[in-house]
Design a protein around this ligand. Structure first.
Ligand code: FDA
Length: 307
């Protein structure tokens, strides 16, 4: 019950102001978003890669309202890529981007988001890495997939995310499981209506397995985005059945969640990538993490009371 309420709050400006201003929020936020600036996140990337993990970096932000903000988002990624280049971290760190932060929802937003993301993809390619387009709510996906297809004409390694809770995703997975594609499969983190998405956790998990099987049996590069121990075990088994070598798929988890499992999978010889978000506009990202595990909310509220 709490999850949907938190997701509804994640889109409320009033709640954004209250939560963002609460003095006790920061220490709780840091668990999931370990820095606000490039300077703060680079040591984290260095630490993770020293431990044998790979990284995908997300400059937090979404649902922007002005064109200037979309340029600022582009520039923040370009600054990040410049820093990664200087440190020789390009091979270990890729980028994850949300197109709504690049202006997708503004007037003419499809073209604007494409124009903003292209230089980021180009800069990433120049340092030997790539970009994955995150999946946001279902109304944004046709545009996201069209931008993905367009970018892949010049940068075939550009990745995208598909969400198991959506009915459309099995067909998307079949379309995307082609040679050279990089596809992250996740359960899905937004509040979606019953007309477009499974609401039952068991149904979502079953869909996840069917979709992952399609990706594993296909010709692309599957990226298994989940912390769910059952799905991780099934992912390992499906990779084995499909005869995939350890460098022909990867696991991905979020920074701050089941960190010991990141290390365990890497030690077993799996490629393990940690999705690491940083920046100041962390509200939406943070609220989705609370919604995934309402116990996080209790921890957050308790820290407010005991302060
Ligand atoms: P589930 O939610 O069942 O969690 C399994 C276990 O993991 C829980 O029992 C708990 O122990 C732990 N756990 C999970 N979430 C936790 C949390 N917030 N705090 C503490 N413990 C937690 N979604 C989306 O819509 N678009 C996207 O682009 C992405 N991108 C993305 C990248 C990566 C690398 C990951 C791992 C996830 C995403 N997601 C996403 C989020 C995804 O859709 C989903 O909401 C979360 O991964 C939670 O689902 P799980 O598969 O982990 O299972």
């Amino acid at each position: 019950m709490l999850g949907p309420a938190i997701l509804a709050a994640s889109r409320s400006d009033k709640m954004r102001r209250i939560v963002s201003a609460a003095p006790v929020t920061k220490p709780v936020v840091t668990r999931f978003i370990p820095g606000e600036t490039v300077d703060q996140v680079i040591p984290i990337v260095e630490e993770l890669t020293r431990k044998g993990l790979e990284v995908t970096l997300d400059v937090v932000g979404e649902d922007i309202t002005t064109v200037e903000q979309s340029y600022a988002a582009r520039d923040a990624y370009l600054e990040l890529i410049g820093r990664l280049k200087g440190l020789g971290l390009g091979e270990k760190a890729e980028m994850s981007v949300k197109l709504s932060m690049f202006g997708q929802a503004l007037e003419g937003g499809h073209e604007l988001a494409l124009a903003n993301v292209r230089p980021v993809v180009e800069a990433a390619a120049a340092i030997g890495t790539t970009v994955t387009l995150d999946a946001e709510d279902h109304t944004t996906l046709d545009s996201m997939f069209a931008i993905h297809e367009e970018l892949r004409k010049d940068f075939p390694q550009t990745g995208c995310v598909i969400q198991a809770y959506l009915f459309r995703t099995e067909a998307d997975a079949r379309r995307l499981a082609d040679a050279g594609s990089r596809v992250r499969i996740v359960k899905g983190a937004y509040k979606e209506p019953a007309e477009v998405a499974y609401q039952d956790k068991g149904e979502i998990d079953k869909a996840y397995v069917r979709i992952l099987k399609t990706l594993m049996e296909g010709k692309g590069y599957p990226m298994i985005g989940s912390h769910d121990p059952r799905l991780i075990a099934i992912g390992q088994e499906l990779a084995r059945q499909a005869g995939r070598k350890p460098d022909e798929y990867e696991f991905q988890m979020l920074y701050g969640i089941r960190s010991e499992e990141h290390l365990r999978l890497a030690a077993e010889g799996h490629r393990m990538r940690v999705y690491t978000a940083y920046g100041t506009d962390w509200y939406g990202y943070f609220m989705r993490r609370l919604a995934e595990k309402p116990a996080n909310l209790l921890f957050f509220l308790r820290s407010m009371i005991t302060k």
